[in-house]
Write a protein that binds this ligand. Structure first.
Ligand SMILES: NC(=O)c1ccc[n+]([C@@H]2O[C@H](COP(=O)([O-])OP(=O)(O)OC[C@H]3O[C@@H](n4cnc5c(N)ncnc54)[C@H](OP(=O)(O)O)[C@@H]3O)[C@@H](O)[C@H]2O)c1
Length: 245
């Protein structure tokens, strides 16, 4: 598949973000990696020989500086993938206001701050933005109230932005993963019975890998797929749409 010439990856030190960084780098894309964890981000950036920008994506001023830094480094940002997120598995009555706000901030506000900064430059040059939502945005899963609200909001943001920027040839899509084996899922995957239960919940009988989600993001960012916009691509072992029992 053809790779974009340049890309900004946020959350690049995370499981899915780092898998995407390695794939795009191997395919020849010039990258800027952005994230919060300085030591892990700079280690990956020096492995790939690319620039790292430290940024807390819940801080709009830092996001503005980060996008300016990426534009300075790359000239034009042809593709951007936002691989930042968190997980909170609690029923509403046990969710504190702090947890609610932090979940919305990390998963939804961060994406808006990024889109707000990318809209003008990428609206001029065209290109592709990919967000990462969740199966919880599409299917009612118990104890997912805060994360489902944040990710469903992000799915709505994706579609509206796709409509707004279609005239600018800027495509906006998202990937909606099921439970994927990354550090984010460790509280579940680290517990044997919770892991087995989660595997059985997915019709394909296993969890996803970071590489599988990164492949879907690559697909949406690729200039081979320039007629796809406003879409949510489920990569979830069938969880959102199939019933096998
Ligand atoms: N893994 C799953 O089962 C699953 C399922 C559905 C959706 N997703 C989504 O997939 C995306 C990637 O997650 P992942 O599975 O790769 O998990 P991950 O390995 O934990 O990566 C998430 C990344 O987000 C970063 N991050 C969180 N808050 C941040 C902030 N304020 N500023 C900058 N970076 C921040 C984390 O940075 P630090 O290293 O500094 O904490 C980490 O690098 C997320 O949007 C997540 O919601 C994952």
């Amino acid at each position: 598949m053809t790779s974009p010439k340049t890309a900004l990856i946020t959350g690049a030190n995370g499981g899915i973000g780092s898998a995407l960084a390695r794939k795009l780098s191997a395919a020849g894309t010039r990258l800027v990696l952005a994230g919060r964890n300085e030591s892990r981000l700079t280690a990956l950036a020096s492995e790939l020989g690319v620039k790292a920008l430290i940024c807390d994506f819940t801080n709009p001023d830092q996001v503005e500086n980060c996008v300016n830094g990426a534009l300075f480094e790359l000239g034009t940002i042809e593709a951007a993938a936002h691989c930042i997120g968190s997980i909170l598995l609690k029923p509403a009555h046990l969710t504190s206001f702090e947890e609610w706000h932090a979940t919305i901030d990390t998963n939804l506000n961060s994406a808006f701050y990024l889109l707000k900064q990318l809209g003008r430059p990428m609206g001029k040059s065209g290109g592709s933005i990919a967000f990462v939502t969740s199966v919880a945005a599409e299917k009612g899963l118990s104890n997912h109230e805060a994360i489902a609200a944040a990710k469903a909001g992000l799915a709505g943001l994706t579609r509206a932005a796709a409509a707004t920027y279609a005239k600018n040839n800027l495509r906006v899509n998202c990937v909606a993963p099921g439970l994927t084996d990354t550090p984010l899922a460790a509280p579940i995957t680290g517990n044997e019975s919770a892991r087995k239960f989660s595997e059985a919940m997915h019709p394909l009988g296993r969890l996803g890998t970071a590489d599988e989600i990164a492949s879907a993001l690559f697909f949406l960012l690729s200039p081979d797929n320039t007629w796809i916009t406003g879409q949510s691509l489920s990569v979830d072992g069938g969880l959102s749409s199939l019933q096998t029992k």
